[in-house]
Design a protein around this ligand. Structure first.
Ligand code: HEC
Ligand code: HEC
Length: 288
């Protein structure tokens, strides 16, 4: 009986720490912010249905390829990385996968007004324009033209993209991932001048920030670091989960091993608990 009471007391205090103290400390260390919004509600939804075939032409006329390469459509980047760094401050990403990894509402808003979609209005204005020129339209219905461009980008994007490639397309123009031998495509000095700070290496960021923080941060950096120069990236929920999974894999290589060892350890402890119990019963039988 006494043992059971001791066990109950131990379980009670463990539960208090696990369900009460730990979550409380966690919430204090990472102040609560609204969950990630993968519908990008602040940008409004696009009701127009795009036409990919028309979009192919609109895309060319809109001048996107004056800055971006589209390897999937055999359009190489117009400049090498060094010249693009010097011209724009950051290398404009190749758009082959853009239709798959970015949300369509986000893409439409980005084409019409980059600073708003990227949430960097605090950094750019008329005297310091954003390097991505906004699309004013070709004279027809602007929303329709934009929807066509988005439909075109979706039509050329590959059906499946691996986690590392999503990271490379969405983050590597600014960030290094040294543990996986990826270096930012933009020249560091140009990037420093453009961003006002050097984007950190993301190799072990998963360990210091954790999944939850990264999920809200990438979806909207301003929520956690008000005033930061990192743009909102606009990934779909799936693509963003892929980025986080990739960061997890690179930053915590031993995780799978550790977790499988955890089960073995628990099994081992269970066996020994049973043996210890059987032993105790045997000894006490002789005493009574
Ligand atoms: C004058 C050059 C220029 C033109 C024209 C331009 N872009 Fe960009 N674009 C950029 C630069 C520079 C960036 C990177 C900005 C940054 O990371 O701060 C960018 C970023 C992007 C991104 C990535 C956004 C993200 O969330 O990370 C997409 C997608 C994109 N552009 C699509 C387009 C499309 C579609 C067009 C044509 C309608 C276009 N761009 C026209 C320069 C340009
Ligand atoms: C246009 C450049 C740019 C792109 C693209 C970009 N970042 Fe960043 N990122 C930055 C800068 C600059 C900082 C430093 C921000 C600061 O200190 O205010 C930063 C900081 C971070 C941090 C650290 C946040 C913290 O709490 O200190 C993480 C994590 C991060 N980025 C993840 C990503 C991921 C993941 C992607 C791709 C999905 C990405 N970034 C794309 C520029 C960028």
């Amino acid at each position: 009986m006494k043992e059971l009471k001791i066990l109950a007391v131990v379980i009670f205090f463990t539960a208090v720490v696990y369900f009460g103290v730990e979550p409380f400390a966690h919430s204090q260390m990472h102040p609560h912010v609204a969950p990630a919004d993968f519908a990008f509600k602040d940008l409004g939804a696009t009701e127009k249905k795009g036409d990919a075939a028309k979009g192919a032409e609109t895309f060319l006329s809109a001048g996107c390829i004056g800055c971006h390469g589209v390897a999937a459509a055999n359009m190489p980047a117009p400049m090498d990385n060094a010249s693009a760094s010097a011209t724009f401050g950051v290398v404009p990403p190749d758009l082959s996968s853009a239709g798959a990894i970015y949300d369509k509402n986000f893409l439409a808003a980005l084409i019409k007004e980059p600073t708003k979609a990227l949430k960097v209005e605090h950094k750019f204005n008329e005297t310091r324009p954003h390097p991505m020129i906004q699309f004013f339209g070709l004279g027809g219905d602007l929303d329709q033209e934009v929807a066509d461009i988005v439909a075109y980008l979706q039509s050329i994007a590959p059906a499946s993209i691996d986690d590392k490639k999503v990271f490379a397309d969405a983050c590597q123009r600014c960030h290094d991932m040294k543990y996986d031998k990826l270096m930012s495509t933009t020249d560091k000095t140009a990037l420093m001048a453009y961003m006002g700070t050097t984007p950190p290496d993301l190799s072990v960021m998963i360990r210091s920030r954790g999944n939850e923080y990264l999920t809200t941060f990438i979806n909207n950096p301003q929520k956690q670091l008000a005033g930061t120069s990192m743009p909102r990236v606009g990934l779909t929920e799936k693509a963003q989960n892929q980025v986080v999974a990739y960061m997890d894999k690179v930053g915590d290589r031993k995780k799978a091993e550790r977790e499988s060892l955890g089960y073995k350890l628990i099994a081992y402890m269970l066996v020994f608990t049973l043996l210890a119990y059987a032993w105790k019963v045997k000894i006490w039988k002789q005493v009574h």
